[in-house]
Design a binder for this molecule. Structure first.
Ligand code: MLT
Ligand code: MN
Ligand code: ZN
Length: 308
């Protein structure tokens, strides 16, 4: 199984279009310790030929141009991308579907809740229903990932709910947890059909309840929410009045952070993805980067390849 990090950034990417923070300034200046990140997405393949996207980012077009494996391989119009699996309905995870609108057969997998959000947004009808099949993911129920015509991709997916919230653009301000339901945010376990190789992908997760910790215990590879280093980072930077947990993300540091929560779980390889531009650990030369690496984490980057 091969995994490519298409985008290791969070929503907005790095540098973010309207941000002139120290990190974003360094990225624009071409600082080698501040390498740009596109928005959150992975590609995975069992055979190296047919690829499934895990989330479809607004930067998908650029990500394809930077990733030869995802470019057309035969004459005329074609794509090695046979489908996509979505973790939530956030803009950074769904807007890339609009990039794949040019008459290409695809299978799009998401929870019924997220499919319902897409169905109610008429713009996604640019995905021609004759060619693009939308398939519900039942949580806690592993299912084979099939292309549009029912051919196996050699991969299996299991979606499971994780603490989080409804997409930012669907928040109901007066409702409990903003009107979120459990299926608004899922993590994914991707396996080969033999079940010998697998990894977890959890780009958004607000906390680590015991049942989720148990699920991740002993995993070979976990690619996890690295949005912020500190829970109050966006507030301190003066960019937002929201903590990371309010936005549906665990910070790296802190008592309830992912360094503490995942450290003791005996995971083989831990990689941060969905890294926000304010996060000091995304820079190669910071104390925070040294802290996460000393704790055994890798910081994901665009183009990172992992072979299982
Ligand atoms: C998030 O991960 O919290 C969202 O992608 C935020 C956003 O939609 O900008
Ligand atoms: Mn996001
Ligand atoms: Zn910035």
């Amino acid at each position: 199984m091969k995994i490519i990090v298409l985008g290791a950034g969070a929503g907005g990417g790095f540098p973010q279009w309207n941000c002139n923070c120290g990190n974003c300034r360094r990225a624009r200046a071409g600082d080698p310790s501040a390498v740009s990140l596109t928005q959150s997405s992975l590609a995975v393949s069992a055979d190296g030929e047919r690829w499934v996207l895990l989330n479809a980012s607004p930067d998908l077009r650029r990500q394809i141009e930077l990733t030869p494996a995802l470019q057309p391989q035969t004459a005329g119009r074609s794509s090695p991308i046979v489908g996509a699996v979505l973790c939530n309905a956030d803009v950074d995870h769904t807007a890339g579907l609009l990039t794949m609108r040019e008459m290409q057969p695809l299978a799009v997998y998401a929870t019924p809740r997220v499919l319902d959000v897409l169905a109610r947004n008429a713009m996604f009808n640019v995905l021609n229903a004759k060619l693009v099949e939308r398939r519900p993911l039942t949580v806690d129920h592993p299912s084979e990932l099939l292309d549009r015509y029912g051919q196996s991709t050699g991969l299996r997916v299991e979606a499971f709910t994780v603490p989080g919230k409804v997409a930012l653009w669907l928040e109901q301000i007066d409702a409990e947890n903003f009107g979120s339901v459990p299926e608004d945010t899922v993590g994914l376990k991707i396996s080969d059909l033999a079940g010998t190789k697998s990894f977890f992908y959890i780009p958004g997760c607000a906390s680590m309840p015991p049942e989720l910790a148990a699920r991740l215990t002993g995993a070979g590879l976990v690619m996890f929410d690295g949005t912020t280093y500190a829970d109050n980072e966006m507030i301190v930077a003066g960019f937002s009045d929201k903590t990371a947990s309010r936005m549906g993300h665990m910070s790296m540091a802190g008592t309830n952070g992912s360094l503490n929560a995942l450290g003791p779980l005996g995971i083989g390889r831990r990689v941060y993805v969905h890294i926000n531009n304010t996060n000091p650990a995304l820079l190669g030369d910071t104390l925070e980067r040294r802290v996460v690496e000393a704790a055994g984490w890798e910081v994901g980057f665009d183009g990172m390849e992992i072979l299982l």
